[in-house]
Design a protein around this ligand. Structure first.
Ligand SMILES: Cc1ncc(COP(=O)(O)O)c(C=O)c1O
Length: 380
């Protein structure tokens, strides 16, 4: 009766069963995975709610691209023309539109590994196959172009990347962009760059320049209020389109038809968007302060892998330690919730992913318990 798209096991795994049992029993959980800014004790300006009260929100004026003044505000922020910006309800919806635009059922997109776990779901729900290319850690995370080339088939339509990547915190480099440009023009591929964490540079980073790819191929950058303004509940995202003029025009016409079928961004949030973006500057500063504070603490007590941007840190475990068993012990015995590397499809065992968004007192206590457990487990 049901579609083959939904070919995932629907029962809970050991990790979620243990977590649910602890929650039901009311036991302590120090959550080192918190990635929801609205639950992380970040102070939000009250003006956010009043921004939603614009009386123009009472009128339904559907526009598949989004309302002009909202797109203009996004365009100013993104350094582009309003005509290149399409509003969506979220980054997830942007991906769904792009897979409809670029792929026939059974076509393939290349996704980084390790990276954002939702890619497989987002693609498969559109009948698109994902094939991973590697990010390799050699003092910093780098795109492995050999693995990328190996995964190319005549049915490959796009290369996806997250910039900076979740959870490795690594930005794409100019040299990598040059190589992407050559590959995309040789194989007629589009690039989709998820930039939801782009403004969260730990040490300050310049905007990535996509011109070398956009000269020959379609480039779509994704962003939204979810991370940029710490407002995932507002359900407002956008795509910024770039590429050779003819390709851009064709892509825009087709995307307009897709968006016109859904018209999913609410009027109140579109009218509020310019103000929410302005207020987001303050929220983003607070989030970045939090991330930097937790990272400073972490670097003081252990050696996380280098982080350039985003909200996550990675600990590489001593050789031979089973990350799955460790994560379950940490939760079951120490009340500390962490994520194992395999949630993000790391190529080898032995990584923990920690959210730097967690409240500092909780983060410190969680890390102290984690390090105590590790010191007990370390081979003598
Ligand atoms: C890389 C990445 N892209 C997109 C999202 C979600 O964005 P949205 O809420 O706009 O769908 C997340 C959320 O964690 C993310 O990590």
């Amino acid at each position: 009766m049901f579609s083959r798209r939904l070919r995932w096991p629907l029962e809970r795994n050991e990790y979620s069963r243990l977590l649910a049992a602890r929650r039901t029993a009311g036991l302590e959980i120090l959550d080192l995975t918190e990635s929801n800014p609205t639950r992380a004790g970040i102070a939000y300006p009250p003006a956010i709610l009043s921004a939603l009260g614009d009386p123009r929100g009472l009128t339904y004026e559907p526009d598949p691209w989004g309302l002009p003044h909202a797109r203009a505000a996004v365009a100013a922020l993104e350094g582009t023309a309003p005509g290149r910006v399409m509003l969506t309800a979220s980054t997830s919806e942007s991906y769904a539109y792009l897979f409809k635009l670029l792929c026939n059922p059974g076509d393939r997109v290349l996704v980084p590994r390790p990276s954002y776990p939702l890619f497989e779901f987002l693609a498969r729900l559109e009948n698109v196959e994902v094939a991973p290319y590697s990010l390799r850690y050699r003092e910093r995370w780098e795109m492995d172009f050999d693995s990328l080339r190996e995964r190319l088939t005549p049915r490959t339509r796009a290369i996806l990347l997250v910039n900076p990547n979740n959870p490795t915190g690594s930005y794409v480099r100019p040299g990598e962009i040059e190589q992407l440009g050559r590959l995309c023009s040789q194989h007629d591929l589009a690039v989709v760059s998820d930039e939801v964490f782009h403004a969260y540079a730990i040490g300050g980073a310049a905007r990535t320049a996509w011109e070398p790819v956009a000269a020959a191929a379609l480039v779509v950058r994704l962003n939204g209020l979810s991370k940029l303004a710490g407002l995932p509940q507002m359900k407002a995202g956008w795509m910024v389109l770039d590429g050779p003029p003819e390709l851009l025009r064709e892509a825009s016409d087709r995307l307009e038809l897709i968006a016109d079928t859904y018209l999913s961004v609410s009027a109140p949030v579109q009218h509020a968007l310019p103000q929410l973006l302005r207020l987001g500057d303050d929220t983003r500063r607070r989030i970045l302060d939090r991330v930097r504070e937790n990272l400073r603490f972490l670097r003081g007590v252990c050696r996380p892998l280098p982080v350039e941007g985003g909200w996550y840190a990675i600990l590489q475990l001593p050789e031979g330690l089973d990350e799955h068993a460790l994560v379950l012990d940490l939760l079951g015995q120490d009340g500390v919730l962490t994520q194992p590397g395999y949630f993000y499809d790391f190529e080898t065992d032995g990584f923990l992913v920690l959210s730097l968004l967690t409240q500092p007192a909780e983060f410190r206590e969680g890390i102290a318990r984690l390090l105590r457990r590790l010191s007990r487990m370390r081979p003598a």
